[in-house]
Design a protein around this ligand. Structure first.
Ligand code: PRE
Length: 379
């Protein structure tokens, strides 16, 4: 680079630094305003996530950006990222307590991470939370005395036995709920053990979400739903969306969404290991989609094997779903073995037709994800 170029670049970069510094000031200003919105919402009991406000604001900003020759997608990306920050900041001011008359809440197995997140949200909403861990059963009567809500959040493998053996003497009006990722058997076990209000919950997210905004909580009604309506309202104030489901329909979906999904990731990782793949060089040659795939598989192995074993082994019916997958894999492999390219293409087209409008929708969604994967690269 010659001196003139260096000087020109330095000057322009200095101006860019100035603009970026102004951005930080503007961000600070926005965060302060958002904190005030959070306080108003806290007082009024309004949900942290306001989809209509977001949609109208994004539409307006996109239009204004276009007029100034700024990419509408750019301002949308930035605002969406900022709103994610808002969810986190608004959370810290706390939430309206929908049921101030409730006795205390007991989290059975509260040492689990998801239990910890629920505990945090309940405390931020003004409830008193007590944890009952494995060593506390000798004090169970005392802990359950006066409880308004008991949430079971122990590993799936022991959930039903624990409910049937240890939760039969709860106060009559107390709500019994669980957070297990299957719902049929736990809901039945709760209905059997406790004659008061019962509800099955399945938070469709991990403990590392930061905020519940836009997350989904599946609800399987058990008994006396009017008595726990406040809890569903409270969860919505935390920003989550409630999706009601029959336990059977939920559990069937979980065979694909969780058991098969995690099992195939496990096998993918197992295969890389057995093939002695060199992850370093795979990353070097990886396209963004492959990097994303590796991230999805790799994150599995950063977590507890017990957790995934629990999810995969939870329903014996998952075995059929996984076996079907294996059959389809073998059949597709035979097309390859016989060199039947035409059959592959026609099978592909059949599946694409079945996906219908979802295929282009998923393509659009994944484009944004792939671009962020690329943005994260630093080398
Ligand atoms: O306007 C609100 O209700 C806010 O909470 C602020 C804000 C934002 O950051 O602009 C954040 C979350 C909502 O979903 C919508 C907008």
């Amino acid at each position: 680079m010659n001196e003139k170029t260096t000087a020109e670049l330095e000057n322009l970069r200095g101006l860019i630094d100035g603009v970026d510094q102004q951005l930080i000031h503007l961000l600070r200003k926005r965060l302060d305003l958002v904190a005030q919105v959070g306080a108003v919402k806290h007082g009024a009991g309004l949900p942290i996530y306001a989809p209509q406000r977001e949609a109208s604001m994004l539409a307006k900003r996109r239009g204004e950006a276009q007029k100034m020759d700024v990419s509408p997608q750019l301002i949308e990306d930035i605002l969406r990222r900022l709103m994610r920050e808002s969810y986190l900041n608004e959370k810290d001011v706390g939430f309206k307590q929908v049921n101030p008359d409730l006795g205390h809440v007991v989290l059975v197995g509260g040492e689990g991470k998801l239990g910890g997140l629920f505990s945090q949200m309940l405390v931020l909403s003004g409830y008193q939370v007590q944890v009952l861990d494995k060593d506390d059963w000798c004090r169970a009567t005392e802990i359950f005395d006066g409880a308004g809500l008991v949430i079971v959040t122990v590993p799936i493998a022991i959930t039903c036995d624990l409910i049937k053996e240890k939760l039969t003497e709860l106060p009559q009006d107390c709500i019994l709920a669980d957070l297990t990722s299957i719902k049929g058997e736990p809901v039945n076990a709760m209905l059997e053990a406790h004659k008061g209000p019962v509800v099955g919950l399945h938070p469709m997210f991990g403990p590392d979400v930061g905020s519940l905004a836009k997350q989904v909580v599946v609800v399987c009604h058990g008994r006396k739903s009017q008595d726990y309506q406040w809890l569903l309202e409270q969860i919505q104030i935390w920003g989550a969306r409630i999706v009601e489901a029959e336990p059977e329909r939920h559990d069937k979906a979980m065979q694909l969404v969780q058991a098969m999904r995690h099992f195939s990731s496990f096998v993918y990782g197992l295969n890389l290991y057995k093939e002695e793949a060199d992850i370093e060089s795979l990353l070097q040659f990886s396209s963004p989609i492959y990097r994303l795939e590796l991230a999805m598989v790799g994150r599995l192995f950063a977590q507890s094997p017990e957790l995934y074993a629990d999810i995969i082994f939870a329903q014996k019916e998952s075995l059929n779903a996984i076996r079907d997958y294996l059959d389809n894999y073998s059949q597709a492999l035979s097309l390859l073995q016989s060199g039947d390219r035409e059959a592959f293409v026609s099978q592909f087209e059949e599946v694409a037709q079945w996906f219908g409008d979802f295929a282009p929708q998923f393509q659009r969604e994944s484009r944004a994800m792939l671009q962020s994967v690329n943005d994260m690269k630093t080398d």
